[in-house]
Every structure is written in structure tokens, then in C-alpha cells.
Design a protein around this ligand. Structure first.
Ligand code: TXA
Ligand code: MG
Length: 349
């Protein structure tokens, strides 16, 4: 299939392009589109055939449910068995925005979209192109991140093209995304509200609205015996092709250890990549050195993280070392993605 590639002004997208995208969705096709978090691969959420196509295009296991994206609050009720009060409260504060909420689904949502679960994940993205596209498509867009399953999520349209060209109908290029890691997921379907995937909206921010908010204990651990409740969190994910190790400890000691590791790997003839920061860049020796910004600026690290992981692949890094970051606030989301990219391979010093 030939994939249409259309550039838009992200704030004021060309109406003809949006209309065309809407027609493709209504005919059961797939369109990749920008959001404020990462690019999504959209299909009609209430068309089971479209969801099946999404799984096939990404090579994604079909037990891993999709997020349903809406553009208007009045579309919410039709998706839910009952809209819990907490959902309205959180929507008022955080929507449109990088927050996904899980609730019991209505019969409108096919099992193909929810990976067979009785619950549905819903989010309203904070991005004009995404919102216009959803409206033009009938109001319900199922969209996982628009990457091949297991690879880093796309933060640029060119990333989507690399992974999915020829496998989907259209890519809407709205430039680089703003946040760079996927939305926070909070489960409202049973017991206390629980964060299943950390993101830009932190536990503290949710607690200010809801009071008590729990957190899935598997988020920063790879060895927990319990399976994570978001099926997608159990897969190795976001991974570059080279094998990756995080080094954790005092910054000076981390730099020293990374340089030793690089020297040892180079002696074996391996091409080495290092993910470093403004504070460490000058002292690191590596074949492929990638700086993600200041250690103290999680937002900057998040914005460049997936792009940098893809650049290691493009430049042929066979082994990759990275420093570690703080795990509070938004840092928790950054470390969760890095740990997954490294397959929880951490060297503590
Ligand atoms: O920022 C985002 O959320 C992006 C953009 C495109 O909106 N989307 C995204 O989708 O990250 P995806 O499919 O890559 O990740 C969705 C995650 C998966 O881990 C999936 O298992 C979980 O949400 N999920 C979806 N529905 C669920 C449900 N009913 N119960 C538990 N987990 C669910
Ligand atoms: Mg994903």
C-alpha cells in the first residue's frame, strides 16, 4: 500500500488534509497523527476490523488493549458502562491532556479494541491536529503509539515513516511532539485510583484532585512477581537494537564506570553508544555520544529520549550505556521508559 505523507501546521491544520484523514478512518483505514505525547496510529475505535488492522500494522500482540481518543466530553458517556465521579473531576483538570483513564466499558466498544478486557482506556489529547482529526473521523479514535511493537515510540513523523511506511494509509506530519513520553494511565475501574503507567501527570498532581492515589508496584521493577495491570507494561519496550545498561550512582563515579565499560567493549571491537547529559558530556568517551539535556531538566530529557534511542540504532551502536536519573515527579516516567529500554539491566555502583 502507498502511504500518503501530509505535512500540516500543528496548531491550524489544513482542513482538506483533515477531511481526507477522516474519510480514510470512516472507510476502516489507518492514519498516524501527532499528539502532545507521542505520535499515535489511529483507527476507528468502534470498528473491530480497524483495531485488528492496527495490531497487524504494528506487529502488536492482540491481548494488549488500545487507548480510545476523544475530542469532546459528550462522547464519553457512550464509551463507559458508567462514568465515575473521579473521571469527571480528573477530566475537568487534566483534559485535554496527557492523562488516560481506565473504566468499565460499554457495549459500544468492541473487545478487539480492548484486547478482550471489559474495561476501556480513554484520553483526550491536547493537540489541535489530533482533536480536529478525531472530530472528522466520527469521534472515537483507537490509537497506540505509532511505532513497530517493541521499538521506541515516535516523537517525529519521520520515526513513524521508518516503522510503518507502506503498512498504513496516511501519516500526518505535525512536527516534533511536545512531551515525548506517553500519557499517564490511571485505573479507575476498581479499588483506589491506581497509576499503571507514569507520565507527565504525576501522582502528586492526581492526588491534589482525588486524595489517595496508588501506584502499580511493577513500574520501576523488572523482577516483581506480580504482572503489571496494563498488559503493555509487561513487554520489553522502547528498546534500541544495541544492548543497553543503565549505570546508577554518584555522577562522577558513573562517568568513570561508563568510560571503563566503553573501553572494555571497544577492546572487543564493539561500537559503543552513551546517553549522557550536559553535565557529563565533556568527560564521556564513546563512538556515539548523545546528550539529552541537563540532568535537572526531566522535561528536556523526556523530549529527546526516544529520538536519541532511535539515533543509536541509525548510527549502529551495538552496546549502549546510560546514566540514571531521579525517580520523583516526572522523572519517574523518564526512568520507567529507560529501564524498559534497558530490559531492567542496571549496574549499581
Ligand atoms: O500518550 C499516549 O497514551 C499515546 C498517544 C498516542 O495517545 N498512546 C499510547 O498507546 O501510548 P499504547 O497503546 O502505546 O499504550 C497503551 C497502554 C498499554 O500499556 C496498554 O496495555 C494499556 O495502555 N491499556 C490500554 N487499555 C487498557 C485497559 N483497559 N486496562 C489496562 N491497561 C490498558
Ligand atoms: Mg506504545
Amino acid at each position: 500500500m502507498e502511504t500518503l505523507f501530509c505535512k500540516v501546521d500543528p496548531v491550524d491544520p489544513d482542513k482538506k488534509i483533515i477531511e481526507k484523514a477522516g474519510e480514510i478512518i470512516k472507510a476502516g483505514g489507518l492514519v498516524a497523527f501527532p499528539t502532545e505525547t507521542v505520535y499515535g496510529l489511529g483507527g476507528d475505535a468502534i470498528n473491530p476490523g480497524a483495531s485488528e488492522k492496527i495490531y497487524a500494522a504494528k506487529g502488536r500482540p492482540s491481548d494488549n488493549p488500545l487507548i480510545v481518543h476523544i475530542a469532546e466530553l459528550d462522547k464519553l458517556e457512550a464509551l463507559c458502562k458508567k462514568v465515575p465521579d473521579e473521571m469527571y473531576k480528573l477530566a475537568e483538570v487534566f483534559w485535554p491532556g496527557p492523562l488516560t483513564m481506565i473504566v468499565d466499558k460499554s457495549s459500544l466498544v468492541p473487545g478487539e479494541t480492548t484486547g478482550g478486557l471489559d474495561t476501556v482506556a480513554i484520553r483526550m489529547p491536547d493537540h489541535n491536529t489530533a482533536l480536529e482529526f478525531i472530530k472528522a473521523s466520527g469521534g472515537y479514535i483507537a490509537a497506540p503509539s505509532a511505532n513497530t511493537s517493541g521499538r521506541p515510540s515516535p516523537t517525529l513523523a519521520s520515526h513513524v515513516r521508518t516503522d510503518l511506511d507502506g503498512r498504513i494509509d496516511m501519516i500526518i506530519d505535525g512536527g516534533e511532539v511536545g512531551i515525548g513520553v506517553e500519557s499517564t494511565i490511571v485505573d479507575l475501574s476498581e479499588g483506589e485510583p491506581t497509576i499503571l503507567r507514569p507520565g507527565y501527570v504525576t501522582r502528586e498532581m492526581l492526588s491534589r484532585v482525588l486524595g489517595r492515589v496508588d501506584i502499580d508496584t511493577t513500574i520501576l521493577k523488572g523482577t516483581d512477581k506480580k504482572a503489571p495491570k496494563a498488559p503493555g507494561m509487561k513487554y520489553r519496550h522502547y528498546a534500541p537494537k544495541g544492548s543497553m545498561t543503565l549505570v546508577e550512582g554518584e555522577t562522577g563515579a558513573v562517568v568513570k564506570r561508563i568510560n571503563e565499560e566503553v573501553a572494555a567493549a571497544k577492546a572487543k571491537g564493539l561500537k559503543c553508544g552513551v546517553l549522557c547529559t550536559l553535565e557529563t558530556e565533556a568527560d564521556i568517551n564513546a563512538d556515539v555520544k548523545k546528550c539529552v539535556g541537563s540532568r535537572n531538566d526531566e522535561a528536556a530529557i523526556a523530549r529527546s529520549l526516544y529520538r536519541v534511542l532511535r539515533e543509536f540504532d541509525e548510527e549502529g551502536a551495538e552496546v549502549i550505556f546510560s546514566e540514571s536519573f531521579k525517580t520523583d515527579g516526572f522523572g519517574q516516567a523518564v526512568m520507567n521508559r529507560l529501564l524498559k529500554a534497558a530490559g531492567y539491566n542496571v549496574e549499581k555502583i
